[in-house]
Design a binder for this molecule. Sequence first.
Ligand SMILES: [Zn+2]
Length: 100
Amino acid sequence: MTPPFRLTTDAIHQLTLTTEPWLSCDDCFDDLDRVVEEVLARAGAMREAFRVHLMGCSVCREEAVSLATLIASDHDLDPSGAVALLASWVSDTARSSPRR
Ligand SMILES: [Zn+2]
């Protein structure tokens, strides 16, 4: 017999966050390196689906943060600067920039 699926408080919190537009972890993972690359290169806006997914999914967010740390120097950023830039996109503060 399989044990019942247990919901932790953390899991419930994750499940009740906004998840629209929907993006699966697999889809996120497939494009994550490109998205992080674009964010650090200031090459365009992060797609809403990615932003929402990274807000709600700590696994993918941690993956994005380690990617940003790894490639920071490619974009003349130090690792903490790269992580801050990524965080500003995920938390939506970068989108209020007048240039689009
Ligand atoms: Zn995910």
